[in-house]
Write a protein that binds this ligand. Structure first.
Ligand code: C2O
Ligand code: CU
Ligand code: CU
Length: 504
């Protein structure tokens, strides 16, 4: 054999060994990336229901809440203390509740060792009360935003929004629900006894390293952190006893990166009655509801006496390529919560035929359109900058926003200060789950959505609202932009490049 041939053979075998190693490594990563907790979930802990926040009403009729951001320890597993953060407690926060037309104020006290903020996700309010990265609360200070609730009954939520650190602060446990009521919704025959037949469900995926949270993310995960099990309201392996035929679940995906496809283990149908911004015009029957990070859904499910049924998150059916499907959690299955029906159930009235009328424009008379291209490297080619206003919106006019993802990974899109309507998905009429008021919408790779919205809140040329991907790792990386709402003819001002609130 000539020396040349010998070299060739050696090279070829080295290449083969390398290819096998890489391929084998990939296969190992690929099969290890799929998670299922079906059959591994014990349902041995009674579901914790976040307490309703206490409030006082001042002489001028303002309902005042107190939220204290604090560090502590939480015993998720018996005898094991996990370092966590919470509002008025060691993990998560109480449920705030107010009525349309009420003036509210929240006194947010930061007792953490670092600055944070509290954003009212889904709320229509003045931009300087929004709690985004421009309303930082320095350690040891109190920030007291106030506004008048002026939107339909809905399941909203609150969480920190410090630029570059939102994922971390939410993962440590800072999140809670903010439920709004209105006269119309109170007049409907819907299950509405909090914690009994109307259950708040804050769903998060977590991973433990001993007693501590493990927030590491693998190199193959482009969406950010993914846990290997779920918890609800901070309860691992949760069950809930129910005593009514119809049970309303207020689902909040408070996970930082994971998209769920919720249904029941026997694939029973349920009724979707509300989305991010409130009740649908009429309930929609379905057996799956997809929620990406930040999205909410209100569903009503019927249980039979004495049975047990499991709320499950199924593998996603979103036409992702096999890489995204597997490495970004799309193939995973989680048993989320077991409902245990009592032997004798209180009869529930049938669901009302119609629930309400959407108070958002359909986009047919839009004054202008905007386009947003989603990339991890930035929206419309720009990374978030605190000192730059990206868009200027005129108060009271309807706009359509076209948002496109061709980035090869899943994203979603959230707009502050407004509820929008999904007009189309890839040019087609959206499915029933996207026909309600929304503030966050899932946009998998290869998808373009058209949204219609109108900013009716007060104008403020100097205080920006945010729009961003609500996969919090992406948001922190700079997948976020800023807009101001101005009066007709007014120009955008200049936001302070950074601004830590100094307290009173
Ligand atoms: Cu829930 Cu800008 O966030
Ligand atoms: Cu928000
Ligand atoms: Cu994203």
């Amino acid at each position: 054999m000539s020396g040349f041939k010998r070299v060739l053979i050696i090279l070829a075998s080295v290449a083969t060994v390398l290819a096998l190693a890489v391929g084998g490594g990939f296969l190992w990563l690929y099969s290890g990336a799929k998670v299922s907790t079906v059959g591994r979930t014990s349902f041995r802990n009674e579901l914790a229901v976040p307490p309703l926040a206490e409030s006082t009403v001042t002489a001028d009729g303002t309902r005042v809440f107190d939220l204290k951001m604090q560090a502590g320890e939480t015993e998720f597993k018996a005898g094991r203390k996990t370092p966590t953060w919470g509002f008025n407690g060691s993990y998560l926060g109480p449920t705030l509740r107010a009525e349309r037309g009420e003036k509210v104020q929240v006194r947010v006290r930061n007792t953490l060792g670092e600055a944070s903020s509290v954003h009212w996700h889904g709320m229509r309010l003045p931009a300087k009360m929004d709690g985004g990265p421009h309303q930082m609360v320095a350690p040891g200070t109190t920030w007291s935003p106030h506004w008048k609730v002026d939107q339909p009954a809905a399941t909203l939520w609150y969480h920190p929004h410090p630029h570059g650190e939102t994922e971390d602060h939410v993962q440590r446990g800072l999140a809670g629900m903010f439920i709004l009521d209105d006269a119309k919704s109170q007049g409907l025959a819907l299950p509405d006894t909090y914690g009994v037949n109307d259950l708040p469900l804050v769903v998060q995926d977590v991973k433990f390293d001993g007693a501590r949270f493990d927030h590491g993310k693998g190199v193959t995960q482009t969406v950010g952190f993914l846990g290997d099990r779920t918890m609800v309201n901070g309860t691992l392996d949760p069950y809930q006893v129910v005593g009514d035929e119809l049970v309303r679940l207020r689902l909040l995906n408070a996970s930082t990166a994971r998209t769920y496809d919720f249904g029941f283990d026997d694939s029973r149908a349920f009724s979707l009655i509300g989305t991010d911004g409130g009740l649908l015009e009429k309930a929609a029957r379905m057996d799956r509801i997809q929620l990406s990070p930040g999205e909410r859904a209100e569903v009503v499910v019927r249980v039979r006496p004495g049975e047990r049924t499991v709320l499950r998150s199924f593998p996603l059916d979103i036409g992702q390529d096999f890489y995204n499907q597997r490495f970004n959690g799309g193939d995973d299955t989680f048993d989320v919560l077991e409902l245990r029906a009592k032997r004798r159930l209180r009869p529930s009235p049938a669901l009302p035929a119609t629930l309400g009328k959407l108070e958002i424009p359909d986009g047919s008379h839009a004054a202008r359109g905007r386009f947003f291209d989603l990339k991890l490297s930035g929206i419309n080619g720009k990374r978030m900058s605190m000192g730059r206003i990206d868009e200027t919106v005129t108060r009271g006019t309807t706009e359509t926003w076209t948002v496109r993802n061709t980035n090869g990974m899943p994203h979603n899109f959230h707009v502050h200060g407004v509820q929008f309507r999904v007009v189309s998905v890839n040019g087609r009429e959206p499915e029933p789950a996207l026909r309600g008021a929304k503030d966050t919408v899932f946009i998998p790779d290869g998808t373009t959505v058209k949204l219609a919205m109108r900013f009716d809140g007060p104008a403020d040329p100097n205080a920006p609202f945010m729009y961003h991907c609500h996969l919090l790792y992406h948001e922190d990386q700079g997948m976020m932009g800023q807009f101001v709402v101005v009066e007709k003819g007014q120009k955008a001002g200049r936001p302070a490049a950074s601004h830590a609130h100094q307290g009173h």
